[in-house]
Design a protein around this ligand. Structure first.
Ligand SMILES: Nc1nc2c(ncn2[C@@H]2O[C@H](COP(=O)(O)OP(=O)(O)OP(=O)(O)O)[C@@H](O)[C@H]2O)c(=O)[nH]1
Length: 369
């Protein structure tokens, strides 16, 4: 494995706790210390999770691939994004897929000669929402691609995190574990809350790799634009020439920067089925100069019922200032943030979202001055 960088892939359905786990892994790698880099894949046009990481872990380089899944529509951009991270000579790369990505296809890509020469997988982790596991499985039975995706997330894992046990009954958790075992009876499995798992054993292969192949300490580059393509030891992974202007976002330090050049587009790789055939995402922008009413927004989102699976974004509120909004499993959470967000936005992911009605309701959330 000399000269290869270990990769830990984190998958799991929408809102299951992937970013929560990633933040724990990053905090742990920082303590060791190991140099970590992150490839973040988001379905929406804004990179909320990268922003969360950039705020909590400002020294970690995050490369974001937006508006599609690295398992399908963004698959040909994966190598280029990983190359950008490899130039930083990290000890480990964490890859978080979108909640609707099938990691089996990502793993296939990592095994391709292009990437297998530079990277090797140490873990494929799948995070499961203990409360919603059965609901999602029965709800999406008619959608073969989505079922394949949900099963793929479990089948391909060597470590399964059954999360959110604080809000699930022990009977529910036992049933979830039983059903997961029908799909994968070899993976290590841990039930937990807030993705609190034993991080030491997970990172052991990374530590071994660092001891066998120590890399010279170097100061991290400040922006990917400053990195020379023929940079010393990092032999570049050829970036696919097609679709070169990829919508990526690179977060360094605390700057909140999003580059999203592509139109909203869920077209997929022609040869592969989409992983989220029935789901769609929609971003609402806080363009209005009128104040955003928090209660109205909460009522609007919870009122969307089961058609809304996930919402996240940053809202600029008249009293609290900028807040991170998280909605999953009909639970809504606000967290203060110090990120300099000048214009708020909320990305919604759901099924049969009535765009006209949603836009209208969003407008109603702004009150008169
Ligand atoms: N009650 C409860 N909430 C949790 C737990 N783990 C995470 N959450 C919350 O669930 C929401 C989603 O968590 P994330 O870690 O962002 O989930 P994710 O899988 O990255 O979500 P996507 O961005 O949709 O892929 C956040 O509001 C978390 O604070 C848990 O164990 N229990």
């Amino acid at each position: 494995m000399m000269n290869k960088v270990p990769v830990i892939l984190i998958s799991g359905f929408l809102g299951s706790g992937k970013t929560t786990l990633l933040l724990r892994l990053l905090a742990h790698t920082r303590q060791i210390p190991l140099r970590a880099a992150v490839l973040m894949n988001e379905m929406g046009e804004y990179d909320v999770d990268s922003a969360i990481i950039s705020e909590e872990m400002p020294d970690v380089t995050v490369e974001g691939l937006l508006e599609g899944c690295i398992c399908c529509s963004k698959r040909n951009e994966l190598a280029g994004a990983l190359h950008t991270l490899l130039i930083q000579k990290p000890d480990v790369i964490f890859m978080e897929t979108t909640g609707v990505a099938n990691p089996e296809q990502v793993l296939e890509e990592l095994r391709s000669p292009l990437l297998a020469d530079r990277l090797y997988l140490v873990h494929s982790i799948s995070v499961v929402d203990a409360v919603l596991f059965h609901e999602y499985n029965s709800r999406f039975t008619a959608d073969k691609e989505l079922v394949r995706t949900l099963h793929g997330q479990l089948r391909s894992a060597d470590f399964i995190v059954v999360n959110k046990t604080d809000v699930a009954s022990s009977r529910e958790v036992a049933k979830v574990v039983k059903n997961i075992r029908k799909l994968n009876n070899t993976a290590k499995l841990q039930t937990t809350e807030y993705s609190r798992v034993d991080l030491g054993p997970l990172l052991e292969p990374v530590l071994t790799s660092v001891m066998l192949d120590p890399k010279p300490v170097q100061v991290f580059q400040h922006t990917s634009a400053q990195v020379q393509p023929n940079d010393a030891e990092a032999s570049p992974i050829p970036i696919p020439t097609k679709d070169n202007e990829r919508p990526s976002s690179t977060f360094k330090n605390t700057a909140f920067k999003v580059i999203s050049a592509h139109p909203h587009n869920h077209s997929h790789d022609r040869n592969r089925p989409p992983s989220f055939s029935r789901l769609e995402s929609l971003t609402l922008h806080q363009y209005s100069p009128r104040p955003l009413d928090k209660q109205r927004l909460e009522d609007f989102l919870t009122g969307l019922g089961s058609s809304l699976l996930r919402a996240k974004g940053y809202c600029v509120l008249p009293y609290e200032g900028t807040m991170l909004l998280q909605f999953s499993g009909s639970h809504l959470e606000w967290q203060p943030t110090a990120l300099p967000v000048s214009q708020g936005y909320v990305t919604l992911i759901g099924e049969q979202l009535d765009k006209a009605s949603i836009t209208d309701q969003w407008e109603q959330c702004f009150v008169s001055l």
